[in-house]
Design a protein around this ligand. Structure first.
Ligand code: PHE
Length: 453
């Protein structure tokens, strides 16, 4: 089957792999999606649930993807065919479809970030943060910046694994971390920051009990989304690992950094919001943009801070987007023998078109985002976990032990984690998510369709 004669690249350095995986994990999920979900799903009640999912599912699931990738050195479709047999290639196919869907709307939201970066430089949003968001989030502006962002992604991924992705993440990921720390320290000095921390860190367990049907799928979806799980990014990135390294160590590092940066984003966002007297973000995809832009126009040095913030934010989005693109591109190259640059351009154009309707109305962001994060990623995750946990477990434990040494009972514990708790929790969460999505389709989305016709 379509195996190419092109030599497959590998990461040039150990650090390159880690930074690429961290770069994939850290992105809009941490800075846009996380605070917006915290605001929508009951503040710190959501935070607690989300941390629970990251701990329960995160490490075992990321390892499951790593071992499949490193074992096969193939794109997700080829990798699953090789380890699972030919019908498992359809799961790989599902991963490619999910990557396509996610990057299509991710690029629209990332376009907003680019727009806000420009707006910070020019002072465009100062004084009227809400009107600004409304003006740029949909319509031609949104479409234009969606196109610009997609062009950047195409540009980087065209250069390949070492010269494109690895070079980019090596400069951008450390810069992003430094910028976020600087912003969080600054935010701590603002009057009113204490209130922001209080909102962020005082969980109300009654909220979890009352609203668990929406919090559970939202928190599980966020855990998958932010760790880039459930669609083969970690399979693809691990497939470029030539050597056997300690994947357990890598998994813990990546998850630790991603979670740390999400928490850090909250430490930046909530004090700034409260300092500006705005309070917690209102539910909705625009919350973080409107709120932070409002805050930056109120506080001292707001313009400088805003510029730095949206720059860091754009870097994060870019290093995630290249991983989504690479999944699909690696498939086109490995399975269809396409040339990298051509594949990247064609796929990027397709994603641009699929994302274009998202610029029509904000409800479209929810239409794509809930489907992708709460339904498609957990679905992909469940199927992969079943394969690794129940079907090819022995081979996979063996693969995990390479670079670590004898796993002993840890290997057994990992497999049983995948087999029962992870599968159970995800199945419940997926069921709830599907019901929630039906409510969304028959509620807000149907209203939107009714209002346009
Ligand atoms: N993890 C990325 C973020 O938080 C988004 C992403 C999801 C990337 C799935 C790849 C795969 O922004």
């Amino acid at each position: 089957m379509g195996v190419t004669d092109v030599i497959r690249e590998n990461w040039a350095t150990r650090l390159g792999f880690i930074l690429a995986a961290v770069g994939s994990a850290v992105g809009l999920g941490n800075v846009w999606r996380f605070p917006f979900q915290v605001g929508q799903e009951g503040g710190s009640a959501f935070l607690v649930m989300y941390l629970f999912f990251v701990l329960l599912i995160g490490l075992s699931a990321i390892l499951a993807e790593f071992v499949v990738g490193r074992r096969t050195e193939l794109n997700p479709v080829g990798a699953l065919r090789e380890v699972g047999g030919s019908s498992w290639r359809y799961l790989g196919g599902l991963f490619i479809v999910i990557g396509f869907v996610i990057l299509s709307y991710y690029s629209v939201v990332a376009g907003w970030v680019l727009r806000y970066f420009v707006g910070s430089l020019t002072g465009g949003y100062f004084g009227e943060p809400e009107a600004y968001f409304v003006a740029i989030a949909t319509g031609t502006d949104a479409l234009l910046f969606h196109a610009i962002f997609m062009a950047l992604v195409i540009g980087i991924v065209s250069f390949g694994v070492k010269r494109g992705i690895e070079l980019t993440v090596k400069s951008m990921v450390p810069l992003l971390v430094v910028l976020m720390v600087v912003l969080a320290v600054y935010a701590a000095t603002l009057p009113g920051s204490a209130e922001g921390y209080a909102y962020y860190f005082s969980p109300e367990f009654s909220v979890i009990v009352n609203d668990w049907q929406s919090i559970v799928p939202a928190a599980a979806g966020q855990a998958f989304f932010t760790l880039s799980l459930g669609m083969g990014v970690m399979i693809t990135y691990a497939s470029y690992l030539g050597e056997d390294r300690n994947l357990g160590f890598d998994g813990v590092t990546i998850i630790g950094l991603d979670t740390g940066i999400a928490l850090l984003a909250g430490l930046v966002a909530f004090p700034i919001l409260f300092a500006a007297g705005i309070g917690a973000a209102d539910p909705g995809a625009g919350a973080i943009f409107v709120a932070l832009a409002g805050a930056f126009s109120e506080i001292a040095y707001g313009q400088v801070l805003g510029t730095v913030f949206f720059f860091a934010f754009a870097l994060g989005a870019l290093t995630s987007a290249i991983s989504l693109m690479e999944v699909v591109v690696s498939y086109a190259i490995d399975e269809h023998g396409m040339e990298r640059r051509r594949a990247t351009a064609v796929i990027g154009l397709g994603m641009f078109l699929l994302g274009a309707p998202v610029t029509i109305d904000l409800v479209m962001v929810d239409l794509y985002d809930i489907l992708a994060a709460q339904i498609l990623l957990p679905l992909g995750g469940i199927l992969l976990v079943i394969l690794v946990g129940w079907i090819i477990n022995e081979e996979m434990v063996d693969e995990l032990s390479r670079g670590i040494g004898d796993l002993g009972s840890l290997g057994v514990a990992w497999i049983w984690m995948l087999r029962v708790p992870v599968v159970l929790v995800l199945v419940v969460s997926l069921g709830l998510a599907v019901m929630g999505y039906v409510d969304f389709l028959t509620g807000p989305f149907a209203e939107f369709l009714g209002s346009t016709s």
